[in-house]
Design a protein around this ligand. Structure first.
Ligand SMILES: [Cu+2]
Length: 247
């Protein structure tokens, strides 16, 4: 049922629900397109000049028109009430359970993505805008004890499969947008706001993050890669990164 839309691989736990809504919306649009299109062609023929030399300003009468309009309205309300709103409250409003999640700060800037992991202590180190320089794009204060084991990367996000990832998303300059099509995740990054967004990857792989808001001249090359690892491979990646930290 999904193939005809040509969607990217669905690799997160909520992706199936998003796809179901997309398919239903497309069916509704196909029905409306065919319905209105055939009605338009019928009207062109039925009210041709040869048969109706004088225009009628009365408009459509009769039950059928209101019935069709009522049907369209009812299907749109049904999509909202039975699919979109329940999906939103289950996946977006509901905070994921504490415990076994991976937290990453993501800071967008013109024109790259900075990723900040809390390291072994599970605490994000202090960051300050005054410390931002080309070698320290996040402004991480390495003198802060909580920052000593923090891992930072540029344009490379690594996450384990099967664990909920909580991304704390912000921006240093303008509005960007974190687009991860295979996770069915898209969230704007807004300066001054730390926006949480969460998902649970269900497949391993390596895909692209594309900035999904036109954010400046080099927007087209603002991309990063994200890798969903097996748990073991993710742990060894964390160890490699920790071993490479300045002592
Ligand atoms: Cu951008």
């Amino acid at each position: 049922m999904l193939e005809w839309l040509g969607l990217p691989v669905a690799a997160s736990s909520h992706a199936g629900d998003v796809d179901r809504i997309m398919v239903l919306v497309h069916w509704l649009m196909v029905t409306l397109f065919v319905g209105w299109g055939s009605f338009f062609i019928y009207v062109l023929y039925r009210f041709r000049r040869g048969r109706n030399p004088r225009a009628s300003y009365a408009g459509a009468r009769g039950r059928f028109a209101s019935l069709v309009e009522g049907g369209v309205l009812a299907s749109e309300i049904a999509l909202l009430a039975f699919f979109s709103i329940p999906f939103w409250s289950a996946n977006v409003d509901a905070k994921p359970p504490d415990g076994d999640s991976v937290e990453v700060r993501v800071v967008a800037e013109q024109f790259s993505w900075n990723f900040h992991y809390p390291g072994a202590d599970g605490r994000f180190g202090r960051t300050a805008i005054t410390l931002v320089d080309p070698d320290n794009p996040l402004g991480l204060d390495r003198r802060d004890p909580a920052a000593k084991d923090d891992i930072t990367t540029i344009n490379q996000l690594h996450l384990p499969v099967g664990r909920t990832a909580i991304i704390h998303l912000s921006s240093k300059d303008v509005v960007h947008s974190l687009g991860m099509p295979q996770m069915r995740v898209k969230q704007d990054a807004i300066p001054g706001i730390m926006q949480p967004v969460w998902f649970t990857p269900t497949k391993t792989g390596r895909w692209e993050i594309a900035c999904s808001q036109l954010c400046g001249l080099a927007h087209y090359r603002m991309k990063a890669f994200y890798t969903i690892h097996t748990p073991e491979r993710y742990e060894s990646w964390l160890k490699e990164e920790a071993a490479a930290l300045p002592q």
